[in-house]
Design a protein around this ligand. Sequence first.
Ligand code: HEC
Length: 147
Amino acid sequence: MATDRASNGMMRRAVTLLAIMSSAIFIAFFSWQGASAQHSSQQAPRPMADKPMADKSDAIEFTEEFMNNEENFELGKAIWKKRCQFCHGKRAYPGKAPKLKPKRYKPEFVYKRVTNGFKGMPGWKHEFNQQERMAVTAFIMHRRFSP
Ligand code: HEC
């Protein structure tokens, strides 16, 4: 009888322990799932994200990799054709805007002009997000750039 009670007690402890452990795993699993679901919804695939990204200019870095990236080049080219060529392009009305001289620029300068504008040059931060403005900068600075 004594051994019976003892093993009964052990059994109960084992069951309790198992219950605690499985609920811990259960909770851990679901909080992990929740976190990763949140994570993926924040980073929903949106290549040309229409929500403007943070505009902390000091966080902007024009790495060589970024400047040579083919997707950035193509995106920048599309923006150029749509919004810049009209004033800066080779067929633009003479005197409308200066001919761009990328060799004289630093990407940060181009980015700043594109973002904020300057005199007759409109700013584009309300139309193009940071990535897009960076891409058009990469396009202008690229060796294959042609107005
Ligand atoms: C409405 C005509 C117009 C459009 C559209 C326009 N620009 Fe300009 N841009 C100008 C004018 C005018 C200037 C010269 C401003 C000044 O320095 O007085 C200029 C200046 C610049 C400069 C500086 C050039 C320098 O040597 O100082 C850059 C870079 C530039 N634009 C890039 C762009 C890009 C990229 C786009 C398209 C997103 C664009 N511009 C669209 C008119 C335009």
